[in-house]
Design a protein. Structure first.
Ligand SMILES: Nc1ncnc2c1ncn2[C@@H]1O[C@H](COP(=O)(O)OP(=O)(O)OP(=O)(O)O)[C@@H](O)[C@H]1O
Ligand SMILES: C[C@@](O)(CCO)CC(=O)[O-]
Ligand SMILES: [Mg+2]
Length: 378
Protein backbone atom coordinates (compact mmCIF):
# COMPACT_ATOMS: atom_id res chain seq x y z
CA UNK A 1 0.00 0.00 0.00
CA UNK A 2 1.28 3.44 -0.91
CA UNK A 3 0.01 6.85 0.12
CA UNK A 4 1.40 10.27 -0.74
CA UNK A 5 0.91 13.54 1.14
CA UNK A 6 2.10 17.08 0.70
CA UNK A 7 1.99 20.18 2.88
CA UNK A 8 2.96 23.78 2.08
CA UNK A 9 5.44 26.14 3.67
CA UNK A 10 4.33 29.57 4.81
CA UNK A 11 5.18 33.21 5.21
CA UNK A 12 4.34 35.25 8.28
CA UNK A 13 3.09 38.68 7.22
CA UNK A 14 3.02 40.03 10.78
CA UNK A 15 3.38 38.82 14.35
CA UNK A 16 6.10 36.16 14.53
CA UNK A 17 7.59 35.60 18.01
CA UNK A 18 4.97 37.84 19.65
CA UNK A 19 2.44 35.11 18.70
CA UNK A 20 4.28 32.71 21.03
CA UNK A 21 3.43 35.18 23.84
CA UNK A 22 -0.28 35.48 22.99
CA UNK A 23 -0.28 38.23 20.34
CA UNK A 24 -2.11 38.00 17.01
CA UNK A 25 -0.18 37.02 13.87
CA UNK A 26 -1.08 36.76 10.18
CA UNK A 27 0.30 33.96 8.00
CA UNK A 28 -0.28 32.56 4.53
CA UNK A 29 0.54 29.26 2.83
CA UNK A 30 2.93 29.43 -0.15
CA UNK A 31 3.14 27.11 -3.14
CA UNK A 32 6.35 25.37 -2.03
CA UNK A 33 5.72 21.93 -0.58
CA UNK A 34 7.17 19.06 1.41
CA UNK A 35 6.17 15.68 -0.05
CA UNK A 36 5.93 12.38 1.82
CA UNK A 37 5.50 8.93 0.25
CA UNK A 38 4.63 6.17 2.72
CA UNK A 39 4.97 2.54 1.59
CA UNK A 40 3.64 -0.18 3.87
CA UNK A 41 4.74 -3.69 2.87
CA UNK A 42 2.21 -6.43 2.31
CA UNK A 43 1.74 -8.80 5.26
CA UNK A 44 3.01 -11.63 3.03
CA UNK A 45 6.31 -9.78 2.49
CA UNK A 46 8.33 -11.60 5.15
CA UNK A 47 11.65 -10.03 4.21
CA UNK A 48 10.60 -6.56 5.19
CA UNK A 49 11.02 -5.89 8.88
CA UNK A 50 12.54 -2.41 8.80
CA UNK A 51 11.39 1.17 9.14
CA UNK A 52 13.35 3.22 6.61
CA UNK A 53 13.40 6.99 6.21
CA UNK A 54 14.81 8.39 2.97
CA UNK A 55 15.56 12.11 2.73
CA UNK A 56 15.87 12.19 -1.04
CA UNK A 57 17.12 15.78 -1.51
CA UNK A 58 19.97 15.16 0.91
CA UNK A 59 20.70 11.63 -0.37
CA UNK A 60 20.42 10.33 3.18
CA UNK A 61 18.80 7.14 4.43
CA UNK A 62 18.11 6.06 8.01
CA UNK A 63 16.82 2.62 8.91
CA UNK A 64 15.83 0.72 12.06
CA UNK A 65 14.77 -2.90 12.46
CA UNK A 66 11.30 -3.25 13.95
CA UNK A 67 12.74 -5.41 16.75
CA UNK A 68 15.19 -2.61 17.69
CA UNK A 69 12.34 -0.06 17.71
CA UNK A 70 10.27 -2.33 19.98
CA UNK A 71 13.23 -2.78 22.33
CA UNK A 72 13.58 0.99 22.84
CA UNK A 73 10.15 2.60 22.29
CA UNK A 74 7.03 1.49 24.14
CA UNK A 75 4.78 0.38 21.25
CA UNK A 76 1.77 -1.32 22.86
CA UNK A 77 -1.89 -0.42 22.45
CA UNK A 78 -1.71 2.10 25.31
CA UNK A 79 0.94 4.16 23.53
CA UNK A 80 -0.36 3.87 19.96
CA UNK A 81 -3.42 6.09 19.77
CA UNK A 82 -3.89 7.63 16.32
CA UNK A 83 -7.15 9.40 17.22
CA UNK A 84 -5.97 10.94 20.52
CA UNK A 85 -2.86 13.11 20.05
CA UNK A 86 -0.59 13.07 23.08
CA UNK A 87 2.59 14.93 23.98
CA UNK A 88 5.91 13.13 23.89
CA UNK A 89 7.30 12.37 27.35
CA UNK A 90 10.90 13.27 28.12
CA UNK A 91 11.70 9.53 28.70
CA UNK A 92 10.38 8.59 25.25
CA UNK A 93 12.37 11.43 23.67
CA UNK A 94 15.51 10.19 25.46
CA UNK A 95 14.93 6.68 24.10
CA UNK A 96 14.34 8.08 20.61
CA UNK A 97 17.57 10.11 20.87
CA UNK A 98 19.40 6.78 21.37
CA UNK A 99 17.88 5.41 18.13
CA UNK A 100 18.79 8.61 16.27
CA UNK A 101 22.32 8.53 17.70
CA UNK A 102 22.83 5.01 16.29
CA UNK A 103 22.36 6.35 12.75
CA UNK A 104 25.67 8.23 12.44
CA UNK A 105 24.20 11.40 10.99
CA UNK A 106 26.97 13.33 9.17
CA UNK A 107 28.32 16.10 11.46
CA UNK A 108 27.47 18.77 8.86
CA UNK A 109 23.83 17.64 8.94
CA UNK A 110 23.48 17.24 12.71
CA UNK A 111 20.63 19.82 12.64
CA UNK A 112 18.51 17.02 11.16
CA UNK A 113 18.50 15.17 14.51
CA UNK A 114 15.37 16.96 15.78
CA UNK A 115 13.56 16.20 12.50
CA UNK A 116 14.49 12.51 12.66
CA UNK A 117 13.43 12.27 16.32
CA UNK A 118 10.12 13.88 15.38
CA UNK A 119 9.72 11.39 12.54
CA UNK A 120 10.24 8.41 14.87
CA UNK A 121 7.91 9.82 17.48
CA UNK A 122 5.03 10.69 15.10
CA UNK A 123 5.41 7.43 13.18
CA UNK A 124 5.46 5.11 16.21
CA UNK A 125 2.72 7.06 18.05
CA UNK A 126 0.32 6.91 15.09
CA UNK A 127 1.15 3.57 13.41
CA UNK A 128 3.15 1.74 16.09
CA UNK A 129 6.38 -0.20 15.49
CA UNK A 130 5.57 -1.58 12.04
CA UNK A 131 7.78 -1.78 8.94
CA UNK A 132 7.55 0.81 6.16
CA UNK A 133 9.55 2.98 3.82
CA UNK A 134 8.99 6.73 4.09
CA UNK A 135 10.40 8.95 1.37
CA UNK A 136 10.61 12.71 1.89
CA UNK A 137 11.42 15.49 -0.57
CA UNK A 138 11.00 19.21 -0.11
CA UNK A 139 10.96 22.41 -2.15
CA UNK A 140 11.50 24.45 1.03
CA UNK A 141 14.89 25.60 2.26
CA UNK A 142 15.62 23.92 5.64
CA UNK A 143 15.60 26.17 8.70
CA UNK A 144 15.03 29.44 6.81
CA UNK A 145 11.77 30.81 8.17
CA UNK A 146 9.43 29.35 5.55
CA UNK A 147 8.06 26.70 7.90
CA UNK A 148 10.07 23.68 6.73
CA UNK A 149 9.61 22.02 10.14
CA UNK A 150 5.82 22.48 10.13
CA UNK A 151 5.43 21.33 6.50
CA UNK A 152 7.47 18.22 7.41
CA UNK A 153 5.29 17.45 10.47
CA UNK A 154 2.02 18.15 8.62
CA UNK A 155 2.87 16.16 5.47
CA UNK A 156 4.18 13.20 7.48
CA UNK A 157 1.13 13.15 9.77
CA UNK A 158 -1.22 13.47 6.77
CA UNK A 159 0.35 10.38 5.20
CA UNK A 160 0.21 8.44 8.48
CA UNK A 161 -3.43 9.32 9.14
CA UNK A 162 -4.43 8.62 5.52
CA UNK A 163 -2.77 5.18 5.63
CA UNK A 164 -4.82 4.15 8.64
CA UNK A 165 -8.10 5.50 7.25
CA UNK A 166 -10.62 2.99 5.89
CA UNK A 167 -11.63 5.30 3.01
CA UNK A 168 -8.86 4.91 0.47
CA UNK A 169 -10.76 5.98 -2.61
CA UNK A 170 -8.33 6.13 -5.48
CA UNK A 171 -8.75 9.53 -7.04
CA UNK A 172 -7.17 11.73 -9.63
CA UNK A 173 -4.31 13.72 -8.11
CA UNK A 174 -4.37 15.53 -4.77
CA UNK A 175 -7.39 15.74 -2.48
CA UNK A 176 -7.82 17.49 0.87
CA UNK A 177 -8.67 15.81 4.16
CA UNK A 178 -12.08 16.17 5.78
CA UNK A 179 -12.48 18.64 8.69
CA UNK A 180 -12.21 15.94 11.39
CA UNK A 181 -8.99 14.52 9.98
CA UNK A 182 -7.59 18.03 9.39
CA UNK A 183 -8.15 18.89 13.03
CA UNK A 184 -6.57 15.61 14.14
CA UNK A 185 -3.64 16.10 11.78
CA UNK A 186 -3.09 19.64 13.03
CA UNK A 187 -2.99 18.47 16.66
CA UNK A 188 -0.43 15.74 15.92
CA UNK A 189 1.68 18.10 13.81
CA UNK A 190 1.70 20.61 16.69
CA UNK A 191 3.04 17.88 18.99
CA UNK A 192 5.75 17.21 16.38
CA UNK A 193 6.59 20.92 16.15
CA UNK A 194 7.06 20.93 19.93
CA UNK A 195 9.97 18.50 19.53
CA UNK A 196 11.61 20.76 16.91
CA UNK A 197 10.68 24.26 18.24
CA UNK A 198 10.46 23.73 22.01
CA UNK A 199 7.59 26.17 22.49
CA UNK A 200 5.73 26.71 19.21
CA UNK A 201 2.64 28.89 18.99
CA UNK A 202 1.04 26.47 16.51
CA UNK A 203 0.68 29.04 13.72
CA UNK A 204 3.08 27.28 11.33
CA UNK A 205 1.47 23.83 11.50
CA UNK A 206 -2.02 25.40 11.37
CA UNK A 207 -1.41 27.39 8.19
CA UNK A 208 0.38 24.43 6.62
CA UNK A 209 -2.56 22.13 7.44
CA UNK A 210 -5.40 24.49 6.49
CA UNK A 211 -3.72 26.57 3.77
CA UNK A 212 -5.04 30.00 2.65
CA UNK A 213 -4.36 32.99 4.85
CA UNK A 214 -5.07 32.98 8.57
CA UNK A 215 -5.16 35.25 11.57
CA UNK A 216 -3.99 33.31 14.60
CA UNK A 217 -4.10 34.17 18.31
CA UNK A 218 -3.56 31.72 21.20
CA UNK A 219 -4.71 28.77 19.11
CA UNK A 220 -7.77 30.58 17.73
CA UNK A 221 -7.85 30.48 13.94
CA UNK A 222 -9.66 32.99 11.70
CA UNK A 223 -9.52 32.24 7.98
CA UNK A 224 -8.96 35.45 6.03
CA UNK A 225 -10.48 36.34 2.68
CA UNK A 226 -8.06 38.63 0.89
CA UNK A 227 -9.56 41.53 -1.03
CA UNK A 228 -6.37 42.84 -2.55
CA UNK A 229 -3.54 41.50 -4.68
CA UNK A 230 -0.61 40.66 -2.42
CA UNK A 231 2.79 40.07 -4.00
CA UNK A 232 5.89 39.40 -1.95
CA UNK A 233 9.48 38.88 -2.94
CA UNK A 234 11.17 36.28 -0.72
CA UNK A 235 14.90 36.66 -0.19
CA UNK A 236 16.83 33.87 1.46
CA UNK A 237 19.88 35.34 3.22
CA UNK A 238 21.20 31.73 3.43
CA UNK A 239 22.30 32.47 6.98
CA UNK A 240 21.46 29.32 8.93
CA UNK A 241 19.58 29.56 12.20
CA UNK A 242 17.35 27.55 14.40
CA UNK A 243 13.86 28.52 15.48
CA UNK A 244 14.09 26.81 18.89
CA UNK A 245 17.11 28.92 19.95
CA UNK A 246 15.57 32.18 18.67
CA UNK A 247 12.23 31.53 20.41
CA UNK A 248 13.97 30.77 23.70
CA UNK A 249 16.12 33.92 23.32
CA UNK A 250 12.94 36.04 23.16
CA UNK A 251 11.52 34.25 26.22
CA UNK A 252 14.73 34.96 28.16
CA UNK A 253 14.54 38.65 27.21
CA UNK A 254 10.89 38.65 28.37
CA UNK A 255 11.92 37.27 31.77
CA UNK A 256 14.55 40.04 32.09
CA UNK A 257 12.27 42.89 30.92
CA UNK A 258 8.65 41.76 31.34
CA UNK A 259 6.98 45.17 31.19
CA UNK A 260 8.90 46.46 28.17
CA UNK A 261 8.46 43.20 26.27
CA UNK A 262 4.73 43.10 27.01
CA UNK A 263 4.45 46.57 25.44
CA UNK A 264 6.33 45.25 22.39
CA UNK A 265 3.99 42.22 22.15
CA UNK A 266 0.92 44.47 22.50
CA UNK A 267 2.19 46.73 19.71
CA UNK A 268 2.71 43.68 17.47
CA UNK A 269 -0.80 42.49 18.29
CA UNK A 270 -2.23 45.81 17.05
CA UNK A 271 -0.09 45.69 13.91
CA UNK A 272 -1.24 42.16 13.01
CA UNK A 273 -4.90 43.03 13.56
CA UNK A 274 -4.51 46.08 11.34
CA UNK A 275 -2.75 44.06 8.61
CA UNK A 276 -5.58 41.49 8.68
CA UNK A 277 -8.21 44.23 8.51
CA UNK A 278 -6.54 45.96 5.53
CA UNK A 279 -6.17 42.71 3.59
CA UNK A 280 -9.85 41.89 4.12
CA UNK A 281 -11.51 45.26 3.84
CA UNK A 282 -14.13 45.80 1.15
CA UNK A 283 -14.18 49.55 1.85
CA UNK A 284 -13.58 51.94 -0.95
CA UNK A 285 -9.84 52.33 -0.37
CA UNK A 286 -7.50 52.19 -3.37
CA UNK A 287 -5.03 49.30 -3.67
CA UNK A 288 -2.20 51.86 -3.53
CA UNK A 289 -3.49 53.20 -0.22
CA UNK A 290 -3.78 49.65 1.19
CA UNK A 291 -0.23 48.87 0.03
CA UNK A 292 1.07 52.07 1.67
CA UNK A 293 -0.52 51.08 4.98
CA UNK A 294 0.81 47.51 4.86
CA UNK A 295 4.25 48.87 3.98
CA UNK A 296 4.29 51.09 7.05
CA UNK A 297 3.03 48.29 9.31
CA UNK A 298 5.75 45.93 7.99
CA UNK A 299 8.36 48.57 8.78
CA UNK A 300 6.99 48.96 12.32
CA UNK A 301 6.85 45.17 12.80
CA UNK A 302 10.48 44.84 11.70
CA UNK A 303 11.49 47.52 14.25
CA UNK A 304 9.77 45.57 17.01
CA UNK A 305 11.39 42.30 15.89
CA UNK A 306 14.74 44.09 16.18
CA UNK A 307 13.87 45.08 19.73
CA UNK A 308 13.14 41.39 20.48
CA UNK A 309 16.70 40.63 19.34
CA UNK A 310 15.83 38.35 16.40
CA UNK A 311 17.09 40.34 13.42
CA UNK A 312 20.54 39.89 11.83
CA UNK A 313 23.06 41.91 9.83
CA UNK A 314 22.16 39.91 6.68
CA UNK A 315 18.52 40.92 7.17
CA UNK A 316 19.61 44.58 7.54
CA UNK A 317 21.50 44.31 4.24
CA UNK A 318 18.37 43.06 2.46
CA UNK A 319 16.28 45.83 4.05
CA UNK A 320 18.77 48.55 3.03
CA UNK A 321 19.11 47.15 -0.51
CA UNK A 322 15.36 47.02 -1.10
CA UNK A 323 14.92 50.49 0.44
CA UNK A 324 17.19 51.90 -2.29
CA UNK A 325 14.45 50.71 -4.68
CA UNK A 326 11.75 52.27 -2.45
CA UNK A 327 10.61 48.83 -1.28
CA UNK A 328 9.89 47.79 2.30
CA UNK A 329 11.02 44.51 3.87
CA UNK A 330 10.71 42.59 7.11
CA UNK A 331 12.05 39.25 8.30
CA UNK A 332 9.63 36.33 8.18
CA UNK A 333 9.52 33.33 10.50
CA UNK A 334 12.00 33.15 13.32
CA UNK A 335 14.62 35.56 11.90
CA UNK A 336 18.28 35.43 12.92
CA UNK A 337 19.07 35.09 9.17
CA UNK A 338 16.70 32.99 7.08
CA UNK A 339 14.19 34.67 4.77
CA UNK A 340 13.07 38.27 4.32
CA UNK A 341 9.77 39.43 2.78
CA UNK A 342 9.59 42.45 0.52
CA UNK A 343 6.20 43.87 -0.41
CA UNK A 344 5.90 44.29 -4.17
CA UNK A 345 3.25 46.94 -4.80
CA UNK A 346 1.30 46.67 -8.05
CA UNK A 347 3.43 47.41 -11.12
CA UNK A 348 6.75 47.03 -9.25
CA UNK A 349 9.53 45.99 -11.60
CA UNK A 350 11.60 43.50 -9.62
CA UNK A 351 14.48 42.70 -11.99
CA UNK A 352 16.88 45.40 -10.75
CA UNK A 353 16.39 44.81 -7.04
CA UNK A 354 16.62 41.03 -7.52
CA UNK A 355 19.84 41.49 -9.48
CA UNK A 356 21.33 43.62 -6.70
CA UNK A 357 20.24 41.19 -3.95
CA UNK A 358 21.56 38.17 -5.85
CA UNK A 359 24.87 39.91 -6.52
CA UNK A 360 25.23 40.14 -2.70
CA UNK A 361 24.90 36.33 -2.55
CA UNK A 362 21.23 36.15 -1.56
CA UNK A 363 18.65 33.97 -3.31
CA UNK A 364 15.37 35.57 -4.44
CA UNK A 365 12.11 34.03 -5.47
CA UNK A 366 8.41 34.85 -5.61
CA UNK A 367 5.81 32.38 -4.45
CA UNK A 368 2.09 32.32 -4.85
CA UNK A 369 0.41 33.23 -1.54
CA UNK A 370 -2.66 31.70 0.10
CA UNK A 371 -2.93 28.34 -1.68
CA UNK A 372 -3.99 24.87 -0.55
CA UNK A 373 -3.08 23.24 2.75
CA UNK A 374 -2.31 19.56 3.37
CA UNK A 375 -3.39 17.12 0.66
CA UNK A 376 -3.19 13.37 0.10
CA UNK A 377 -3.13 11.07 -2.88
CA UNK A 378 -3.53 7.27 -3.14
N1 LIG B 1 12.15 17.74 5.05
C1 LIG B 1 12.65 17.58 6.28
N2 LIG B 1 13.16 16.40 6.66
C2 LIG B 1 13.65 16.21 7.90
N3 LIG B 1 13.71 17.20 8.85
C3 LIG B 1 13.23 18.39 8.52
C4 LIG B 1 12.68 18.66 7.22
N4 LIG B 1 12.29 19.94 7.20
C5 LIG B 1 12.61 20.46 8.41
N5 LIG B 1 13.16 19.53 9.21
C6 LIG B 1 13.59 19.71 10.60
O1 LIG B 1 13.23 21.02 11.00
C7 LIG B 1 14.40 21.79 11.34
C8 LIG B 1 14.21 23.22 10.88
O2 LIG B 1 13.17 23.78 11.60
P1 LIG B 1 13.15 25.28 12.06
O3 LIG B 1 11.86 25.45 12.77
O4 LIG B 1 14.39 25.64 12.78
O5 LIG B 1 13.13 26.11 10.68
P2 LIG B 1 11.92 26.41 9.70
O6 LIG B 1 10.73 25.64 10.12
O7 LIG B 1 12.40 26.22 8.31
O8 LIG B 1 11.68 27.97 9.93
P3 LIG B 1 10.53 28.70 10.78
O9 LIG B 1 10.24 27.84 11.96
O10 LIG B 1 11.15 30.01 11.19
O11 LIG B 1 9.42 28.88 9.83
C9 LIG B 1 15.55 21.09 10.64
O12 LIG B 1 16.74 21.34 11.36
C10 LIG B 1 15.12 19.62 10.70
O13 LIG B 1 15.43 19.06 11.95
C1 LIG C 1 9.01 32.46 15.59
C2 LIG C 1 7.62 31.86 15.45
O1 LIG C 1 6.67 32.82 15.92
C3 LIG C 1 7.26 31.58 14.00
C4 LIG C 1 8.22 30.69 13.27
O2 LIG C 1 7.76 30.55 11.93
C5 LIG C 1 7.55 30.60 16.29
C6 LIG C 1 6.13 30.09 16.51
O3 LIG C 1 5.18 30.86 16.38
O4 LIG C 1 6.02 28.92 16.85
MG1 LIG D 1 9.95 25.79 12.04
Amino acid sequence: MEVKARAPGKIILAGEHAVVHGSTAVAAAIDLYTYVTLRLPLLSDENNDRLTLQLKDLSLEFSWSVSRLKEVIPCDSSTVSPSTPTSSSSETLKSIAVLVGEQNIPEAKIWLSSGISTFLWLYTSILGCIPATVIITTELPYGSGLGSSAAFCVALTAALIASSSSDKTRGEGWSSLDETNLELLNKWAFEGEKIIHGKPSGIDNTVSAYGNMIKFCSGEITRLQSNMPLRMLITNTKVGRNTKALVSGVSERTVRHPEAMNCVFNAVDSISKEVAAIIQTKDDISVTEKEERIKELMEMNQGLLESMGVSHSSIDTVIQTTLKHKLTSKLTGAGGGGCVLTLLPTRTVVEKVVQELESSGFQCFTASIGGNGAEISF
